[in-house]
Design a protein around this ligand. Structure first.
Ligand code: SF4
Length: 339
């Protein structure tokens, strides 16, 4: 659960239900600075001498906001639209795509006008009928660690649960899911947990829930009737990677309840852009992330910038490995893709 060091309230947010709830949660806590913003100069209140410190302070900052733009971004290929409930994440994963996506605004922003956001969601659903519209709740955030403060996920899950032509999905590295266990989801929400080997989690995924906690949360969510999935990502091909990823898949089987076997898997190998690499190196100067360009293949992207991916042979080996090991342990699983 997110324990911020400072909470900023944008003008008017304290008059809303979510704003009041958040204020009440922190008002007596001497370790949390409460700031009433009178302008949108959020960064001015985030301390730090350099980028690395500002990033760390930003990650300890909760900003309570109104979502002004109600135009949802598209979210191909996994969903039709992003559903903006939260932006940013308390985690400090070194490889995180948000490092470049959110640039110098790494703070966590929650939106108090959830009713308006859901009204807009309804418009998008109606526009596409009779087709089903899929919404992604974690495109630019991990919404789970702030859920105990906002309950916006639960509200969204129940809203989508009532819509025949809508589905909702989100992914997390956290375990604060108690609040959604009794939500009336009607089978319309899929919860995915991002997992990795202990070595990768310990080395790169700072301030996230442990692998055991994520798997325990996945079991609870599955028992609450949600469809669950695991994203194994990013996969690193380090010495002994096969043994350790094999152990990870086996430990999933051991820890998940025996009757849960129809699990969805997505597997994504590590890749990076030059922009991301530069950003990562300035935030985490001592990073050990494998980002030697000469060891990778450069893959051209459709918007003019490419990515450094593992070589064709390495990727093939990885695909064969995961296909075999996952099906061996979870014969009824659905492997959506291994890339
Ligand atoms: S938990 Fe996910 S969203 Fe948060 S920092 Fe890590 S990779 Fe990024």
């Amino acid at each position: 659960m997110f324990k911020p060091k400072r909470v900023m309230f944008e003008k008017g947010t304290l008059d809303t239900e979510i704003g009041k709830k958040i204020y009440n949660a922190f008002k007596a806590n001497k370790n949390v600075e409460i700031i009433n913003l009178t302008s949108n100069r959020i960064k001015a209140y985030i301390p730090g001498e350099d980028l690395s410190q500002q990033y760390k302070s930003g990650k300890q900052t909760l900003v309570v906001s109104f979502r002004k733009s109600l135009k949802f971004q598209t979210c191909k290929p996994s969903a039709n639209y992003q559903l903006p409930l939260v932006s940013g994440c308390m985690g400090q994963c070194e490889y995180c795509y948000l490092n470049t996506q959110l640039g110098d605004k790494p703070f966590i922003r929650v939106f108090v006008n959830i009713d308006e956001i859901l009204m807009q969601t309804k418009k998008y659903i109606d526009e596409r009928k009779p087709q089903i519209t899929i919404f992604e709740g974690a495109a630019t955030s991990d919404p789970v660690p702030v859920e105990p403060y906002t309950h916006s996920l639960k509200k969204t899950i129940e809203f989508i649960g009532k819509e025949d032509k809508a589905r909702f999905r989100f992914v997390t590295k956290y375990n604060d899911i108690e609040g959604i266990l009794d939500a009336k989801h009607n089978g319309h929400t899929e919860v995915r947990f991002s997992i990795n080997t202990p070595r990768v989690i310990n080395e790169y995924e700072h301030y996230t829930a442990s692998s055991d906690k994520r798997i325990e949360a996945a079991s609870k969510v599955a028992y609450a009737g949600y469809r669950i999935g695991f994203i194994i990502a990013p996969v690193f091909l380090y010495d002994n990677w096969k043994e350790e990823y094999k152990e990870l898949i086996n430990s999933l089987k051991e820890k998940l309840p025996k009757d849960i076997d129809k699990v969805i898997f997505e597997v994504i190998s590590h890749r990076y852009t030059t922009k991301a690499k530069n950003r990562i190196v300035s935030i985490f100067p001592k990073t050990t992330l494998p980002m030697d360009d000469e060891n990778r293949k450069y893959k051209y992207g459709q918007f003019g910038y490419g990515k450094y991916v593992y070589t064709k042979e390495e990727l093939q080996e990885m695909k064969d490995f995961f296909q075999k090991e996952i099906k061996l342990v979870f014969p009824k699983s659905i492997i959506k893709y291994i890339i």
